[in-house]
Design a protein around this ligand. Sequence first.
Ligand code: G3P
Length: 219
Amino acid sequence: MQKPIIILNYKTYLESTGDRGRELTWAARDVMQETGVRIIVCPQTPELFHHKGYGIEVFSQHIDPIEPGSHTGHVLAQALLHCGVTGSLINHSEDRMPLPDIKKCVEICRKNGLTSVVCAESIEKVREVSQLKPDFVAIEPPELIGSGIPVSKADPDIVRDSVKAVTDPEVKVLCGAGISKGEDVKAALELGTVGVLLASGVVKAKDPKAALRELVAFK
Ligand code: G3P
């Protein structure tokens, strides 16, 4: 079975803030080096620089549909690049944006060599945003986010049909929500995705490094 892609969203949990967040990044780097599984971490915007230079990909949780100029408080692609960031989540369930802004963010990412991961809450939304040709589309049913109930088990149809809805082979599909175990990741791959997007299953685990190891240790 191909190796999954794991995107670990730090959200704004205290367990992934400050030095605890950096320790989580080091743990993810170690597990990636041990297993050869591509793991990407998504710390909070103010802390992105804190995670630079540890030999692991760092994505932003958010990017704004703006060009350089007077946009106080917004997140600029060029500033993300300066932080060593190589990609961004766009339209996460906890940070929705209108379609024209999603489109602009995907274009800005493409123009700046940033990997774009557009999140979607339904098969219809997956179909719609995949037309924008992001690098990844992530199906995440909002009702399962943070539930500990894995989408790849609780609603395999939404994952399978999201994969079918993406007709462009350049656009890869991820799934997320409630993922915490290796068997959840295996199920996600068997449904046609290239990997998962998760948060609480690792960030809030007693031993996040052990949780990460278990997550990628399936046959
Ligand atoms: O971005 C990942 C996220 O929304 C899923 O959250 O805690 O269910 O893994 P969680």
